[in-house]
Design a protein around this ligand. Structure first.
Ligand code: IPE
Ligand code: IPE
Ligand code: MG
Length: 253
């Protein structure tokens, strides 16, 4: 009996995939995806949300426990007003329309970033989705919204300085753990893998402190084109990386 080569390729054993404990994704290239198709940038953002839904499902299916997605940076305020309000409305709609399915899928949502400067109704919505998914025990979905890594470190520093000024903390007692605990990501493991789409190879102020030992994988596709095939390719690349953490032996998975 002969097997169709296409089927054979499909059932060929894959090298064992290393699953990241915490995947960070810089979802870049929505505007270029749209421009390449003669569409408006906003249409790229709509497609970007579809790719995000798909990614959440992939993380659930492949057992990735924590996923942080960069959806709006503190530097994105320099964009035209119309685009900013479109992105904000998309976030609102995502939260409202996907809440039931996130709850059904046992997803816990956390929104990180500065709440200062956000409309009170948006802050209420964010608080609401966090509260309604708080007891969930599956995927932790962290949405970095109005987020900047430098601003996060500055905010943490202000909080720690306040503790020192109040006499509750001695400067000598400040450790890396003190700082980590004052960041938005307190209690979460650091990302071990960060993906950026669209061919850009920079961090753009994403998880600066937390990315100290992350593996980076840059892919050329724009964010709306990032699907399961790309996800598996990235995990295969990650699986081949030697992570040494300053030592000489690679970490064994
Ligand atoms: C990423 O896509 C989404 C946000 C930054 C909000 P972009 O909007 O940056 O798309 P490009 O990089 O201009 O193609
Ligand atoms: C990073 O993308 C921020 C998000 C994906 C939300 P940008 O498009 O804002 O980054 P730069 O300007 O190319 O560095
Ligand atoms: Mg961009």
């Amino acid at each position: 009996m002969s097997i169709d080569p296409a089927i054979e390729a499909d059932i060929a054993p894959r090298p064992r995939l290393r699953i990241p404990m915490h995947l960070g994704v810089i979802m870049d290239g929505n505007g270029r995806w749209a421009a390449a198709r003669g569409k408006r940038r906003t249409e790229g953002h709509i497609e970007g949300v579809k790719a995000l839904r798909n990614l959440v499902e992939l993380c659930i299916n492949y057992g990735v426990p924590h996923l942080t997605v960069f959806s709006f940076s503190s530097e994105n305020w320099t964009r035209p007003k119309d685009e900013i309000s479109f992105i904000f409305n998309l976030l609102r709609r995502f939260v409202v329309s996907d809440l039931q399915s996130l709850i059904r899928n046992n997803v816990r949502v956390r929104i990180i970033g500065s709440r200062a400067g956000l409309e009170p109704s948006l802050v209420r919505l964010i608080d609401d989705v966090e509260a309604k998914t708080e007891a969930n025990t599956g995927l932790v979905l962290i949405v970095a919204f109005n987020y900047g890594g430098k601003a996060e470190i500055a905010e943490a520093t202000r909080r720690i300085a306040g503790e020192v000024a109040a006499g509750r903390l001695a400067p000598e007692a400040i450790t890396e753990d003190t700082i980590a605990a004052a960041l938005y990501t307190a209690g979460l493991p650091d990302p071990d893998l960060i993906i950026r789409t669209s061919g850009e190879q920079r961090i753009s102020n994403f998880l600066l402190w937390q990315a100290a030992y992350a593996e980076f994988v840059f892919v050329d596709e724009n964010w709306p084109d990032f699907g399961e095939a790309s996800f598996i390719r990235v995990l295969e690349t990650f699986s081949r990386r030697d992570r040494r953490f300053g030592g000489i032996e690679a970490e064994r998975s």
